[in-house]
Design a protein around this ligand. Structure first.
Ligand code: ADP
Length: 311
């Protein structure tokens, strides 16, 4: 079978987490990168997974590229911009509760779509294109328009374009811009994978049906609505299915639950076209992810059985 390419577009950040005694542990994570990580873990070896972002020319950018590369994810499309640095976030722990501080306002990734030729080259090279509301939120408005135009071309060319709205109001200039741009992201996509709690909170949806109808009306063909421990609802070409979440003994850390679900779901869906089976598989992977610390759980702990994950 000829090589096929899964391309994820967005921002990967430096992550600092508490390591005790005032020490911080350094890692790398970000929604679209996390999904690329799980897609890579679950896809067969005849798929390549690439990450498209922009980084700087400092040592931390070099280290991030080396980390991405070591994860088996292609880095050849990444823009490097002189004088810029990656975004950074810190996970704070107080009385067992986690909160996040971000330093990403001037990250190199904000310029990932500033060169339209590079965007076109990256999107044209892919068979599947994945992006999120966070990808759109961090871009200057004209660059978001550049990226969306290329994404619409990919959709028109028959490629699978996948969008997770991943709504983060504080990244947006206003609710109005957020609603308009996220709706435009969904309109430009084939498959939309929202989380119901975000959609209810920020689009006012009073039911999962309302979320499905809203995205259908925008022109998304297929929808997967994630609803935490209450499972997922699928609407593929009008056909509805419910897939429950897997029971988890102890939820340790829900970071990246949705991102891992998306990566695992897509890996199976791309192989088989069977969306309900892909969702059952993804529920298993996400259950293991919420049972472990951190955004990126290594493949060995994901319970990928039967040699299905050959990457
Ligand atoms: P997001 O992280 O985007 O908000 P969700 O919270 O809906 O996404 O979680 C995505 C998937 O992760 C769910 O569909 C489910 O399979 C799994 N998941 C999340 N929380 C739990 C949980 N408490 N128990 C079991 N599975 C869970």
């Amino acid at each position: 079978m000829s090589a096929r390419r899964f391309l994820s577009i967005g921002e990967c950040m430096v992550e600092l987490s508490q390591a005790g005694d005032g020490l911080l542990r350094k890692g790398f994570a970000g929604d679209t990168f996390n999904t690329a990580w799980y897609a890579r873990a679950c896809l067969a070896a005849d798929w390549s997974v690439d990450y498209f972002t922009a980084l700087g020319d400092d040592a931390m950018s070099d280290e991030m590229v080396a980390f991405i590369d070591k994860s088996g994810i292609g880095t050849s499309l990444i823009r490097r911009i002189r004088g810029r640095t990656p975004g950074l976030y810190m996970i704070n722990l107080k009385d067992g509760e986690r909160s996040f501080s971000y330093w990403r306002d001037n990250s190199a990734a904000r310029s990932l779509a500033a060169d339209p030729d590079r965007v076109r080259e990256a999107v044209e090279s892919a068979d599947v294109v994945y992006f999120s509301g966070i990808t759109l939120a961090i871009l200057p408005r004209e660059d978001a328009a550049t990226l969306l135009a290329e994404i619409r071309r990919a959709k028109a060319a028959g490629k699978l374009v996948v969008f997770d709205p991943n709504i983060r109001p504080r990244l947006w200039a206003s609710y109005d811009v957020m609603h308009t741009t996220i709706s435009e992201g969904a309109r430009s996509s084939v498959l939309v994978m929202p989380s119901f709690d975000d959609e209810a909170a920020h689009f006012g949806d009073d039911s999962i049906d309302a979320t499905i109808h809203r995205y259908k009306a925008l022109g998304a063909v297929n929808i997967v609505v994630k609803n935490g421990a209450d499972g997922v609802r699928l609407n593929f070409a009008g056909e509805e299915t419910f897939v429950p979440a897997e029971k988890v003994k102890k939820v340790v850390d829900t970071t990246s639950a949705g991102d891992s679900f998306n990566g695992a779901f897509l890996s199976r869906y791309l192989e088989t076209g069977d969306a309900p089976a892909a969702a059952r598989f993804a529920a298993g992977v996400a259950a293991r992810v919420v049972s472990e610390h951190g955004a990126l759980v290594v493949k060995e702990k994901l319970g990928l059985s039967g040699g299905r994950a050959r990457a």
